[in-house]
Design a protein around this ligand. Structure first.
Ligand code: DX5
Ligand code: ZN
Length: 233
């Protein structure tokens, strides 16, 4: 399978990853085509197990069914207690990057290795209450950091601006390391919160509600989000 790793994308550019959690699930294929046409850079796919987070979403068969709808990379976010055994099914289904949580129960380095063994980019995520120093030791082994700006589990929640010092600390650590690692933020990001998020150093922007349900249309919503480019430091 040809992968489209995030290392092919510029980590100093604002990239928009619409979360399909906010899409019309009865029209998922058309919804993905719609945001691709509107200027999305990746498609964010939220996977929940009803244990790590109190919600369920979709599994590998749905990801596989959507794989041929778009050329955009699939940015798969595993909110699972035991992500390691699900790496292969999602890689086989067409994931390009696979991100899991430092708070999971599996061995982190083993899981990163498992992700890499399929040629996927590897990401690590932090829940709001988890400090940056839990993730920093793995920074030289991953391609992507995902800072949650809401409690994971549901779309449509309010952005937590108090996650910005942590976001900044991680961007500073990435700069110090001098590796091209993407810094992704996820939860409640819209045309307003994007400016503080970019200022804190996040370049990969998950946006569910604010893109899929934008009254002004997805293209205008994405244009607005990308207009924060000059704030990115
Ligand atoms: C929450 C998910 C998010 C969520 C984002 O657990 O990880 O990706 O769907 O949706 P919005 O942008 O609506 O907050
Ligand atoms: Zn997510």
């Amino acid at each position: 399978m040809t992968r489209n790793p995030v290392t092919n994308l510029d980590s100093r550019k604002i990239l928009i990853a619409p979360s399909i959690l906010a899409a019309n699930f009865a029209e998922l294929g058309n919804e993905i085509a719609r945001v691709e046409k509107a200027g999305a850079d990746l498609i964010h796919v939220d996977i929940m197990d009803g244990h790590f987070v109190p919600n369920l979403t979709i599994g590998p068969p749905v990801v596989q069914a959507l794989r041929n709808i778009t050329k955009l990379p699939f940015d798969v976010h595993l909110m699972l207690t035991n992500p390691k055994s699900f790496v292969k099914p999602f890689a086989d289904a067409g994931a390009d990057s696979i991100t899991f949580h430092v708070e999971c129960s599996d061995n982190i380095e083993d899981t990163i290795r498992e992700i890499r063994s399929f040629g996927c980019s590897a990401g690590l995520s932090l829940k709001p209450k988890t400090p940056a120093d839990k993730l920093i030791p793995y920074l030289d082994k991953i391609d992507l950091v995902l800072v949650m700006t809401v409690e994971p589990g549901f779309g449509g929640q309010s952005f937590m601006s108090d996650m910005m010092p942590k976001t900044r600390a991680i961007r500073d650590a990435i700069i110090k390391l001098d590796r091209k690692i993407h810094l992704e933020v996820d939860g409640g990001i819209d045309g307003k919160s994007i400016f503080v998020v970019a200022e804190a150093g996040a370049n990969m922007i998950v946006a569910g509600t604010s893109v899929f349900r934008a009254p002004e249309g997805a293209a205008e919503a994405i244009r607005k989000l990308k207009s924060a480019q000059d704030k990115l430091r």
